[in-house]
Write a protein that binds this ligand. Structure first.
Ligand code: 5RP
Length: 235
């Protein structure tokens, strides 16, 4: 059910937002796999010229395995569209990302795209962050600083922060950038924009998994087979 919902959201986004001659950011996770499959299908069928910028090692492999054109930010510093998954989306289109540990490159690629589109299944749809996603906000840190950053997080903002441990490897998860991930389990709803800025100022923090005011549109694949679209509210 969730897998089909991911596919529906991914296809809706690719069909609506991908056009010929675009530079496209390719996110990470399990939902983006469906988007890349649909993208490869459209490129073949419609003979599209699309250049893809990956947000992780996984995304790079996906691009290559699907016969798409791989590039980077050196050659294409401005993207037309970036498409990515999310762990949770609130009613203001604020996101928690980084469940797969790729938040830093994901934020860079989304940040240099003219339009950032999110695809997710119904389990990610919230009114307020923390309602659905219970694993906390991922924060990428420089390894030597993970203890003081953990202390600063809990002292300044409460909750608890845990070093993310690897599965099938002894020790911590090491990101594509050679860093560690802290999962900060917050204990109340915060003013996320302020907290995001404050966390980024802690020495040793590389990036947070809070994506504030970045997404333009979110496509949710729903349990009933429909796609629910949540758009940025006009200011
Ligand atoms: C990885 C991410 C992913 O986009 C997020 O975890 C969603 O993944 P999935 O599509 O597997 O639910 O932020 O860092």
């Amino acid at each position: 059910m969730a897998e089909e919902a991911k596919r529906l959201a991914a296809c809706a986004a690719v069909d609506k937002h991908v056009q010929n001659n675009q530079v496209l950011g390719i996110g990470s996770g399990s939902t983006i796999v469906h988007a890349v499959h649909r993208l490869a299908e459209r490129v073949r069928q419609e003979n599209l010229t699309i250049v893809c910028i990956p947000t992780s090692f996984q995304a790079r492999q996906l691009i290559l395995q699907n016969g798409l054109t791989l590039s980077d930010l050196d050659r294409h510093p401005e993207l037309d569209v970036a498409i990515d998954g999310a762990d949770e989306v609130d009613s203001d289109l604020n996101l928690i990302k980084g469940g797969g540990g790729c938040l830093t490159q994901e934020k860079i690629v989304a940040g240099y795209a003219k339009c950032f589109i999110v695809i997710a299944d119904y389990r990610k749809k919230s009114e307020s962050l923390g309602e659905q996603w219970k694993k906390g906000i991922p924060i990428e840190v420089i390894p030597m600083a993970y203890v003081p950053v953990t202390r600063a997080l809990t002292k300044n903002f409460g909750g608890a922060a845990e070093l993310r441990m690897a599965v099938s490897k002894a020790g911590p998860v090491v990101t594509d950038n050679g860093n560690f991930i802290l999962d900060w389990k917050f204990d109340k709803v915060h003013e996320w924009s302020e907290v995001n800025t404050a966390i980024k100022m802690i020495p040793g923090v590389v990036e947070t998994g809070l994506f504030i005011d970045m997404a333009e549109v979110v496509y949710f694949g729903m349990e009933d087979g429909s796609v629910s679209v949540r758009e940025k509210r006009p200011r």
